[in-house]
Each structure stands twice: as C-alpha cells, then as structure tokens.
Ligand binder design. Structure first.
Ligand SMILES: [Ca+2]
Length: 537
C-alpha cells in the first residue's frame, strides 16, 4: 500500500476563511486523483496523491465526486482545518423488478400534476418512502409489454425488436446474445471485486440463457414464469384465477431474505455488489398473507382498485421491499448504495378473481394494459434512490429499462465499449445536471409481438412505438406489412385518446421513417413467423 503524506496546512489569516485539507483514498488506501471537491460555490481538485485543499468559511458541507465512486458528503464543523483521510467507495446497486405492476398501482402519485396517477385503494408506504427519498420518473417505461422481452432487453440495453421471440430456440441467436456486455460484466471489468446476484424470476424463456452465462456469480438459475405461483396449483395445474392466502406469498420473503444475506456477505468481505431481485409478485395468481388481507379489507375501496386480495399481495411485496431497505440501513451502506425500482410491464387490464371480476379501469388514466404497446402496457413505476440524489425529485424526461445498463456503467465510471445499445445513461437526470438523456438514436423504440386482439386496439400481429419529444408514433403490422399508424401527444393526452396522425402528417411521416429505418437496420421481424430471424442481437 502506498504511504501517503498527510498534509496539514492551515491558511490562517485575518479573515474567517480557512483552508480545509484532506486526502481522498479508495478502499485500499490508494490516493484518488482529480476528484472534485465542492464547498458552496468553491471548487477544488485532488492532486495525484489524493490530497486536496479548499477554502471554507466555517460550517458547511463538502461534496466530493470521484469518477466511478459514490459521491461523499462531509459536514464541516467550525474551526476544522484537516479532515485527514476520506475513503470513497464503489457504489453498490440494488435493482428491484416487480412483475405486472401498473403505473398507478402504488400510493405514490406518479405525475405531480395529475391526481389520477396513483391508486385509489392500494397503500404502499415503503414504495412511497422510496420515491420520497429519491428521483421518480414520470415517464418510466418497461422495454417490453410482457415479462420475457423486458428481461432480455434490460440485461443488454437493446429493444425487444432486435430479440428473437420464438417458441423454438434459435441457437445462433442465443450464442450471440450471451456474448454481449451485461450489467455484471461491465461492473467486473471496472473492478473485479464486484459480485452480482440474481434472485427470483429470470424468465428469458425458450432458449433460457442462464444468469451465470451473462456474468452473475449467484442466482436461482434460469427460473421461469411459474415458480412464484407456488401454492396456486390446483390438481397439478396452475390456477391463474386463484386468490388465496399463503405463508410466503409469491416467495416474496424468501427472495428478500436471500437478497439480504447476499448483501451481508459482500459487505463482510468488503466487496461492492449488484443485486437484482426479480419478484414473482404481482403476476397472475393472487397470493397473500392472511394477516395482510385482514389489514387491507377495511380500507376504503376505490373505483379503479377495490380487490382486497390484490391489495394484500401488493402490501406483502411492499413489506418485502421495506425489509430490504431496512437491511441496507442496518448494514450502514446507504451512503454508497443505489436502489433502482421498476416493473417489467404494465398492469393486467383485468383480473378475473373469485372475489370479483375486475373492471377495465386498473390502469387509468392510461389505456389498455399488459401485452399492449399503449401506455398502459409499458409505462410503469420507475425510480432511483441513493447518494447525491435529491429526495422527492421527479423528471418528465422519458427513460426505460434499456437505460439501466449504460447508467450503471456511467455511475461506476466505466470505459467498457457497450456496443450497439439502444439505451443511454440517465445519470445527468439523477444528479439534476441536465434534462437530456443521450442515446445512440434520438428517440426510444418499443415493440410488442403479441398482437393480442384483447389488448391491441388494432388486432394486429405486432405493434411498434417510437417516442420522440412528447410524441408517440404507433404502427401496427399484419402479415409483415404496415397495418395502421397512430400519433399521440403524451403531454396532453397520456390516455392516447386523440389520434393526431391525420392532422400532423409531416411529423407522422418523419417519425414513421425513423421507425422504418430502425427496423431495416436490425432486420426486425414485425411478423409472427420468426423462422428467418437474423442473428445480430
Ligand atoms: Ca410481467
């Protein structure tokens, strides 16, 4: 270990302003060069050995930023002139992915200007406190309209249009996919001490690339869609409309305790980590703890949301989130841990449960829901909390799960070549340095191949959306050919009720060409016959 000279320097003068000195080091005690030290309006940089000196006029707060490390905040007491050695740490990342949770299925009002954008029944106090402690994305999007495409997209920052959707494995495609940069690989390239875990629902489906094949050290394997519905099997078959109590509904608390144990192991070993907890809740069968049901059944019900069984399951997941947040605090790592939370797709439009067939209003003011490219299918609860993030902040700049890989890479100071990704880093939003996310393409593109007539307004084979500024263009496809085109102004019309395609032909054509060019570039198959799928993920 390099020995660093401890510089004690006091610029005492006739004024109250004095120099405060210190030395910034990493976990191994090595000096960190060129870190930015800020005190009020003043700014200084650390020297090659990590030492710095900055003027201060008494009590205040120092902020230290060093590329690849969590920012550090130090309160200055009056008269302090030397801070000694200040250790900066690599950031930890916790990614909480919920399943089938609609944008308005929390008790946080997602759009501060629109009181309709929260549940009128459900209560999620721990999710609310998460959003109050960090940044929420008013326009946060899942990459796909259902489980599998979103999960494939997040790991590699690519739109689902570039991914194989086949009931048959596509071996060449899978081999190419497995070689791509992923979140664990990027972190380990920056610092080989990083450890990565995936617990819960993996659901890459069909060819099932295993988490370890994408760089995870610990995982539950290539888990599918159904395991979290344990307790919901009737006569050996998954009962999709069951609502019933269980001691560990959707494995929420098992996942949480194993995630907590993983974090504790890494903290004990002095290693930074990435932990992804992919919850089985709130997917399909509605399983809950009886005590949660008893707690929620007397809450006043709403017009959109009124099923106590679903409210109880959501309460259980919220409690699980809370247990994990408490563990972060107990381990004393909140000052260098980022927590990202989002859902894998929007809420199901209806739930045909034994305690009442639900109405088609579960995602209002958004339209439709899961399996649809309309807002109800892809706009989801999405936020980030951690060091340096303004509590209770929000942004209207749209982001998606495809942005997580480049954002994590940016937060850890990575120079790793991420290849032909579709996402961009939202670090500048996180620290309120700008309201722009730079991506390889000046738009965001989403794709859904399910063509479910119940959830597509146009009963098509597949649907593609391109978002630019406040506008969203939707094309649907039939037999590989364009079927319909629609245009919406999401700032004025988040429910996508007023189609502007006819009244704004120039914008419609311009955005339509961007979409067509993207599809051509990636040989995107907009049909449902995928035998000729290109091998270029
Ligand atoms: Ca899902």
């Amino acid at each position: 270990m390099k020995q660093l000279a401890c510089i004690l320097f006091l610029a005492a003068g006739s004024h109250a302003i004095a120099s405060v000195t210190g030395t910034i080091v990493d976990d191994d005690g090595e000096g960190l060069a060129y870190c930015v030290v800020r005190s009020d309006e003043l700014e200084s940089r650390s020297a090659a050995d990590g030492s710095f000196s900055i003027d201060s006029n008494g009590p205040g707060r120092l902020r230290i930023d060093c590329r690849g490390y969590a920012p550090r905040f130090i309160d200055l007491d009056a008269g302090v002139t030397s801070l000694g050695r200040i250790t900066l740490k690599r950031p930890n990342f916790i990614f909480l992915l919920s399943d089938d949770q609609g944008w308005v299925q929390t008790s946080t009002q997602m759009d501060p200007d629109d009181p309709r954008t929260q549940s009128d029944y459900f209560r999620t106090p721990r999710i609310d406190s998460f959003f109050k402690s960090g940044l929420r994305f008013v326009r946060g999007y899942a990459p796909g309209t259902y489980c599998m495409p979103t999960r494939r997209s997040i790991q590699v920052s690519q739109s689902p249009l570039r991914h194989a959707f086949s009931s048959r494995p596509v071996p060449e495609w899978t081999a190419a996919y497995k070689k791509l940069p992923t979140i664990p690989r990027v972190l380990k390239t920056v610092d080989p001490d990083y450890r990565a875990a995936h617990f819960g629902k993996w659901d890459m489906r069909y060819d099932d690339p295993d988490p370890t094949e994408l760089g995870y050290d610990v995982s539950d394997g290539a888990t599918g869609n159904g395991e979290g519905n344990v307790g919901a099997f009737v006569n050996g078959r998954l009962d999709k409309v069951t609502a019933r109590p269980a001691s560990d509904p959707k494995n929420i608390f098992d996942l949480t305790s194993r995630g907590a144990a993983f974090m504790e192991r890494q903290v004990d070993a002095g290693r930074p980590f990435y932990l992804q907890l992919s919850h089985y809740a709130l997917h399909l069968s509605v399983i809950y703890r009886q005590e949660s049901y008893n707690a929620v059944k007397d809450w006043p019900t709403g017009e959109k949301h009124y099923l106590p069984s679903f409210a109880a399951m959501l309460k259980d997941m919220d409690d699980g989130f809370g247990q994990l947040f408490d563990k972060v605090r107990e381990l004393g790592i909140e000052d260098h841990t980022y927590i990202i939370y989002m859902a894998d797709n929007g809420g199901r439009p209806t739930l045909n449960l034994s305690d009442g067939a639900s109405r088609e209003r579960r995602n209002e003011p958004l339209s439709v829901g899961k399996h649809s490219i309309y807002e109800g299918g892809i706009r989801v609860p999405f936020g980030i909390a951690g060091p340096g993030i303004e509590p209770g902040s929000f942004t209207r700049t749209p982001v998606s799960g495809m942005d997580i890989l480049p954002t994590v890479a940016d937060l850890v100071g990575s120079d790793v070549e991420l290849g032909d990704i579709d996402g961009g880093s939202f670090k500048s939003l996180v620290f309120q340095q700008s309201d722009i996310v730079e991506r390889p393409n000046p738009y965001q593109l989403f794709h859904d191949k399910s063509g479910n007539p119940k959830t597509s307004k146009q009963s098509a084979d597949s649907e593609t959306a391109l978002m630019q500024d406040d506008y969203k263009l939707i094309k649907t496809w039939r037999n590989g050919k364009q079927h319909t085109v629609e245009l919406y102004d999401l700032a004025k019309d988040p429910g996508e009720a007023n189609d502007l395609a006819a009244s704004m032909p120039e914008r419609t054509a311009r955005m339509g060409k961007l979409m067509d060019d993207y599809i051509t570039r990636w040989q995107g198959n907009v049909g449902i016959d995928h035998d000729d799928w290109p091998i270029n993920p």
